[in-house]
Design a protein around this ligand. Sequence first.
Ligand SMILES: Nc1nc2c(ncn2[C@@H]2O[C@H](COP(=O)(O)OP(=O)(O)OP(=O)(O)O)[C@@H](O)[C@H]2O)c(=O)[nH]1
Ligand SMILES: [Mg+2]
Length: 513
Amino acid sequence: MSDSHRRTLPEQDTIFALSSGASQKAGVAVIRISGPHADVVLRHLLSAQDVSDPDPELALPKARMASLRKLFGGISSTSVDAGAALVGNMKEILDQALVLRFPGPRSFTGEDVVELHVHGGLAVVSAVTNELMRLRMHPLAIPLRPAEKGEFTRRAFENDRMDLTEVEGLADLISAETTEQRRLALRQMGGNLRVLYDSWRAQIIKCMANVEAVIDFGDDVDDDALDAMAPLLRDLEAELSAHVQDNRRGEIVRSGVRVAIVGAPNAGKSSLLNALAKRPAAIVSSVAGTTRDVIEVHLDVAGVAVILSDTAGIREETEDAIEQIGIERAKQALADADLVLHVVDVRQTDGASMRAFSDTQSDSVGVVTVFNKTDLSSEEERQVAAATMQQLGRAKGSELWISCTTGAGMDAFQSAFETRVRELLWNNSSGTGHECDASPTAVITRARHRVHVENAIHSLRTFIHEFLEQNNLPLDIATEELRHAASELGQITGTIHTEDVLDIVFQDFCIGK
Ligand SMILES: Nc1nc2c(ncn2[C@@H]2O[C@H](COP(=O)(O)OP(=O)(O)OP(=O)(O)O)[C@@H](O)[C@H]2O)c(=O)[nH]1
Ligand SMILES: [Mg+2]
């Protein structure tokens, strides 16, 4: 484990990759080159002559200024055959491109970076990348090679342009599919977690320095210095504890809210899934016990990623072994859910299934009761349904009434569903869509962060309890607990890291990022 990620590296290879999306029809493709030879490579591309050492006077674009340039490449046999007007060692024009230079360290990677914004066609991109491959074999032996997965970002990290949380934020931003995922990722990439963890770490290190001063001073523990430290550490411990008690909302925004549709057979669960997915994702039939497996669809619900699961109808008695397995899976989906949609045929609310279901659900999970088939029900049946809700102790009016067949009540259902999903994350049902922006607190987005923060809390508590309060530990051993807490926070940001951790973080990246 190294205490700093600044390494003395041998001179780095210069790397290149297509950094824009893989679509072959895009108007523009961006090829990125990073490393000490980025300008040399660019000079070769801008030189019309195939010479081993292009004119060093050849004007490169000014730093950070876009410049429209012709890119040249080696003479292809086809263009010679076609009688292209090539004279001597003249090269062929590959494309007319916007060229940008970002001399290090003020660049994404911290190295010299060149960006070539070429036309997006497959032939253009491969002509330019082939030319870069050809330069690898150049007599000057330019150490140039295609980039590996995540290598640009890894260099940015190694050159202190980003910490690990910002790297993770960037990975999340690239894969963000919903508004809230984008917002969360953008804030993390902007450094909100880095600032938080660095400031906590700095406070712990300051306390450590004070304790070490006491140790150096002699055997007599300076009670005043330690007394002054106690409230600071208690406050810090409280702050860290509040940080982990976040209902996992950052992790849920990132991975998606898990919503399970459960209920008795034939209640209309698959019909509801199809209505929400706006496609016939699940088979609907009048045969009770149609759905066996868990069927998942991914939705964007008011900017939040939702993984919606349709499940087998839960009933106590079934002879069918496969249906029994389906019921077990349904119960598992119920246990894993962040939110449950309990679908009930409004004409069958007095059965044992409603009660049985109430017993299986966990208290921490939100449950929305959805009475379906209102088109078939009588007023009396609806009153019985509402009365059953009250007997079960549910708040009056908390149930929703729909007909999957006619679509009645679906708008109200949709908006109540959106509110519940957002409430789950922010305890705020205003539905403005800006709750996150209004409270830009840094939230944990990965289990990796949570483990380290919990370890840091444990060490702080041990120091406070075993040393400051009980005086059970000698000072030098107690200090180790502070050192450990600081180290745990340093591992989140990558100030302290192992190669294994980096491999895990960077595995989310693809080539060109
Ligand atoms: N009239 C009416 N029929 C409905 C409504 N919703 C669903 N149905 C019908 O009820 C039957 C069962 O619907 P499904 O959606 O398959 O029910 P399910 O809960 O998924 O059933 P299982 O998978 O067997 O547990 C089908 O014939 C649907 O067409 C509704 O609101 N009104
Ligand atoms: Mg079904």
